[in-house]
Design a protein around this ligand. Structure first.
Ligand code: NAD
Length: 290
């Protein structure tokens, strides 16, 4: 069983650390919020008065903090966390932070003899609680295998994205899609409601099409990702339907900001002469956008 210093016992970290503890690891926890530290102590874990104290004697130091400046301050700041780490101990940053800042922290730690890998997580606090997170790892294989038993306590899916820095990049790619589709989902349900359609009815329809099932699960694999842009459903017709939806929303006084932005891209595709290609061919348009 490993000795782990866990820094950042918030909505996610608290449960992740508890799952490590529950599987028999020795966990020393720290958070700047004394209430979180006290709650963690009540679960039978060792609690610490500083991040540096949590890092002492640990084989692994895990950070699950709000953003990059906090990770940098905790690891490299005056508190001396990096300096407190034992030789050979591994830093695993599981926070969601700017990739270039992750790179800079990793390089600064390397200069102090500390190896850092990035392992941000997908899913939510609910899966943090049940130990079913998706762990998105950027690491060389040796450090990944070292950390894998810990990841298996916190998640049920571990995806190795490549060398250090690639996990945090993949996480942001994932979050780009989820944050934008969150708004598209909200706009879609608002449009349905403005047309007098029950939400339950809208969900039933949306769950049965690419709208709700997602293009990654439906249209893309057999078309553009295979290099086939012969039309199943033409870009020009998709553009027409988008315009119909925007006009309907306009009539109902609903503002569809992502739809308006999407129309610019469909217009560009049609102007570029690709209106007759399959709508998934929009993938080939995006790199050419001015
Ligand atoms: P949170 O705000 O609940 O937890 C962060 C914890 O860090 C807090 O308890 C805070 O007191 C502590 N903290 C802040 N500064 C500190 C410092 N200097 N020293 C020690 N502790 C400090 O946030 P969260 O929801 O647990 O998210 C943590 C990270 O995980 C974020 O980067 C977030 O983007 C990412 N994430 C969150 C979710 C989610 O659903 N909540 C999902 C995936 C990833």
């Amino acid at each position: 069983m490993a000795r782990i210093g866990f820094i950042g016992l918030g909505n996610m970290g608290f449960h992740m650390a508890l799952n490590l503890l529950g599987k028999g690891h020795v966990v020393a926890g720290y958070d700047r919020d004394e209430g979180q530290v006290a709650a963690f102590g009540q679960e039978g874990a060792k609690v610490c008065a500083s991040a540096a104290e949590a890092a002492e004697d640990a084989e692994f130091v895990i950070t699950m903090l709000p953003d990059g400046p906090v990770v940098e301050e905790v690891m490299l700041g005056a508190g001396g966390t990096a300096a407190a780490m034992a030789p050979g101990a591994l830093h695993i940053d599981m926070s969601t932070i700017l990739p270039t800042q992750s790179d800079a922290i990793r390089e600064a730690l390397a200069a102090r003899g500390v190896t850092m890998i990035d392992a941000p997580v997908g899913r939510t606090a609910s899966e943090a609680r049940t130990g079913k997170l998706l762990i998105i790892v950027g690491s060389d294989s040796e450090q990944l295998e070292r950390a894998r038993p810990l990841f298996e306590c916190m998640g049920d899916t571990i995806v190795h994205c490549g060398t250090a820095g690639s996990g945090i990049r993949m996480k942001l790619v994932n979050n780009y899609m989820t944050t934008v589709t969150n708004l598209v989902t909200a706009e879609t349900l608002t449009l349905a409601a403005s047309c007098g359609i029950e939400t339950a009815t809208a969900l039933e329809v949306l769950r049965g099409t690419a709208a709700g099932r997602g293009h990654i699960n439906t249209t893309y694999p057999d078309k553009v990702l295979k290099g086939d842009v012969t039309p199943g459903f033409m870009i020009a017709l998709a553009r027409k339907d988008l315009v119909l939806g925007l006009k309907t929303a306009e009539g109902a006084g609903v503002k569809l900001t992502t739809g308006a932005a999407a129309l610019d891209v469909y217009d560009f595709a049609v102007d570029a002469g690709q209106g007759g290609e399959d709508w998934t061919s929009i993938l080939n348009i995006v790199p050419d956008l001015p």
